[in-house]
Write a protein that binds this ligand. Sequence first.
Ligand code: SF4
Length: 63
Amino acid sequence: MRVSVDKDLCIGAGQCVVAAPDVFDQDDDGIVELLTDHPAETDRAAVEEAEQVCPARVIVVED
Ligand code: SF4
């Protein structure tokens, strides 16, 4: 699994961090930071939830 984000379009809502705190963080301005772009399979459900709840739709998950 590979995950990517478009920081330029992130609006800092933070739902990704709530859904998958092992994979996403926010910088001081609230903009998403990836903790890893290759999350463990055990994080798949959380990462896919983050992808779905991100209001700016900037999270992309690929197999
Ligand atoms: S949920 Fe989306 S908009 Fe909100 S911080 Fe995460 S990537 Fe950015």
